[in-house]
Design a protein around this ligand. Structure first.
Ligand code: HEM
Ligand SMILES: *[C@@H]1O[C@H](CO)[C@@H](O)[C@H](O)[C@H]1NC(C)=O
Ligand SMILES: *[C@@H]1O[C@H](CO)[C@@H](O)[C@H](O)[C@H]1NC(C)=O
Ligand SMILES: *[C@@H]1O[C@H](CO)[C@@H](O)[C@H](O)[C@H]1NC(C)=O
Length: 321
């Protein structure tokens, strides 16, 4: 009898502790984290992001995606930036990233500037979060407050990246469960997919959609088939949102309504279920999209950060100190 109560007490303590530490990790990030230790951080990152986008407009999209692919693999801990070592194969050659993830040099340049201003102080993971926000703002999208105080991982995992980043051939059901696994809602899924209002995708990623799917506008499919053959030209690029792929707006959703989503996973959002209502809402009202996107970004940016004494502040983003 005594051990029965002891067992339940122990269980209570364990559950209570888990709940508290989960709540802690959600509130630990703070927008003022570096206000004393690195007051120039925000302007440095913003200036460098603007310079990089002025040099190549696509870079804004690439930086947004880099943060997403970081956060979806064991949390926003800059693991995506690590090069291979003898101890692990990094995430850069994972299925979703190989020949695809870009912007690493820009992050290195930002980190060099930041190290000069405030040595050994600012995490690469925080730089990724700020660069994503500054990119969206510069391309005409919404702004949000970026909580800071993440720390950088000391390891990376290609297997985890393969298993955690959603793929363009996913069904709506799989997309929903993938986002749920990261603590993100169906509304977050639809709103964050709106990141595809900017940037480009390779033929190899949209080939199945333009040849095999039926929920695609015929003339849209035809024009894409002329650039992306059944075999070969895997790397040929097309804009994820046809009209203004360097401007952050809500045309992505308007295109979905007329079956002009580039990826299978994009068009899945308009399959008649609850996500269709969200697509229609965001197509009709840019402000609703911007509000939901900002909210989703704050949630995504807060996935399992390393804080306190966990991890480290990497001096070079590509390698462990
Ligand atoms: C919902 C599941 C998602 C899937 C299946 C998906 C899939 C993809 C694929 C296949 C590409 C093209 C990559 C290539 O061809 O090399 C891409 C590009 C991109 N994705 Fe996603 N994505 C998803 C969600 C997101 C989210 C949540 C964001 C950000 C909030 C995002 C932002 C981007 C951006 C900006 C690009 C263009 C990058 C560039 O031009 O360099 N995606 N995505
Ligand atoms: C990554 O891409 C390179 C260049 O196309 C290729 O040689 C390599 O096999 C790819 N790696 C993986 C793990 O797919
Ligand atoms: C991950 O994906 C890459 C590229 O498709 C593949 O080469 C590798 O075997 C996969 N698995 C692991 C555990 O890295
Ligand atoms: C289209 O579907 C067929 C039959 O299922 C399959 O063999 C083919 O590989 C698919 N094509 C693409 C581009 O995915």
């Amino acid at each position: 009898m005594a051990s029965y109560y002891y067992y339940h007490f122990l269980l209570f303590v364990l559950v209570a502790t888990a709940t508290i530490s989960e709540a802690d990790s959600k509130t630990k990030l703070s927008k003022d984290f570096y206000s004393r230790s690195c007051p120039k951080l925000l302007p440095i990152v913003k200036d460098e992001v603007i310079k990089a986008i002025n040099k190549e407009t696509r870079m804004g999209a690439s930086l947004l995606r880099l943060h997403f692919h970081d956060c979806f693999v064991n949390g926003c801990d800059a693991s995506i930036l690590l090069d291979n070592t003898k101890n692990f194969i990094g995430e850069k050659t994972a299925a979703a990233n190989n020949n695809s993830a870009r912007g690493f040099d820009v992050i290195d340049d930002i980190k060099t500037k930041v190290e000069k201003a405030c040595p050994r102080t600012v995490a690469c993971a925080d730089i990724l979060a700020l660069a994503a926000r500054d990119s969206v703002v510069y391309l005409g999208g919404p702004s949000w407050e970026v909580g800071l105080g993440r720390r950088d991982s000391t390891t990376a995992s290609r297997a985890a990246a393969n298993n955690s980043i959603p793929a363009p051939f996913f069904s709506l059901t799989t997309l929903k469960s993938n986002f749920a696994n990261h603590g993100l809602s169906v509304e977050d899924l639809v709103a964050l997919s709106g990141g595809h209002t900017i940037g480009l995708a390779r033929c190899v990623q949209f080939r199945a959609h333009i040849y095999n799917d039926s929920n695609i506008d015929a003339s849209f499919a035809k024009s894409l088939r002329s650039k992306c053959p059944r075999k070969g030209n895997d790397a040929v690029l097309a804009p994820l949102e046809l009209q203004t792929p360097t401007h952050f707006d809500n045309l992505y959703y308007k295109n979905l309504l007329v079956k002009r989503g580039l990826l299978h996973s994009d068009q899945e959002l308009l399959n008649g279920g609850s996500t269709s209502a969200l697509v229609k809402k965001f197509a009709a009202n840019k402000n609703e999209f911007f509000k939901a996107f900002s909210k989703g970004m704050v949630k995504m940016s807060s996935i399992k950060p390393l804080t306190g004494k966990k991890g480290q502040i990497r001096i070079h983003c590509r390698k462990v100190n």
